[in-house]
Design a binder for this molecule. Structure first.
Ligand SMILES: [Zn+2]
Length: 248
């Protein structure tokens, strides 16, 4: 299904097609009307026309071929840049659904950055400049009175805080060494490598933003710590097995 397959609504479809071709499509559009007239189809077709990787293949007067990988992904609802939000049981779209779209987008950008740069070379400054182009203002939490470390010290005591930071540092060092080894072996697209980077990115986030109180200390930290230790143990086991079979 593509733009040109929409039945009827010639004036509207022509208007949309011209706006897309001239790059004058407004930032938001409301398609209103009774159910069943093709509002959703028109919206999906606009998304296809804007993301089509083969816009001239159809030779049609309207953009969007409907058959290229981008167009088919959009039709199946799995294109990474096209989000379809639908009302839940309440019959309305909740603000949290909209925020989830922002969160997913920021996560994708974060993962891409972690893949592109050795972790500690990214630098906080780079994160800020990239993330500043996204609207994160509606995602901010209420700022706590203290930073994460003060909260931890108050709740767990200084010795427990030092123990926690030591465990974190040891685990992080292990992950970092594992990353260097896998990079040297050219295993930069393997699942353990990607998971390793994700966990390291989480720890950096926790350590850096914990100072300003922007990160809440919660069970997520313990879950990621557990995942890191499991990953390290599994990787050590597989390296030991490779070493043992290599000697035979
Ligand atoms: Zn296409």
């Amino acid at each position: 299904m593509a733009f040109r397959d929409i039945v009827g609504h010639r004036t509207l479809v022509g208007l949309l097609a011209r706006s897309i071709e001239r790059g004058t499509l407004p930032p938001s559009l409301v398609l209103a009307g009774p159910s069943g007239v093709g509002k959703r189809l028109a919206a999906v077709s606009v998304a296809q026309a804007m993301n089509c990787t083969n816009p001239t293949a159809s030779g049609a007067a309207v953009p969007g071929c409907g058959v290229c990988p981008a167009c088919t992904r959009i039709a199946r609802g799995v294109h990474p840049d096209v989000n379809i939000l639908e009302p839940g049981d309440s019959g309305t779209i909740k603000i949290d659904q909209v925020r989830d779209v922002d969160r997913a987008q920021i996560m994708r950008v974060g993962m891409a950055m972690s893949l592109d740069h050795p972790l500690l070379g990214v630098g906080l400054g780079n994160y800020v400049s990239v993330f500043s182009s996204y609207n994160v203002s509606n995602m901010k939490r209420e700022a706590p009175a203290h930073n994460m470390y003060l909260d931890l010290a108050a709740q767990m005591g200084i010795p427990a805080l030092l123990l926690y930071l030591t465990v974190l540092a040891i685990t992080w060092r292990g992950l970092w060494r594992m990353e260097s080894r896998m990079r040297a072996e050219g295993r930069t697209r393997s699942f353990p490598f990607l998971l390793n980077l994700a966990i390291q990115a989480f720890f950096v986030n926790l350590m850096v933003f914990g100072l300003s109180g922007d990160v809440e200390f919660d069970y997520g930290a313990f879950i990621m710590l557990g995942a890191a230790v499991t990953l390290l143990a599994a990787e050590e086991n597989s390296t030991a097995r490779v070493g043992a079979s290599g000697r035979n």
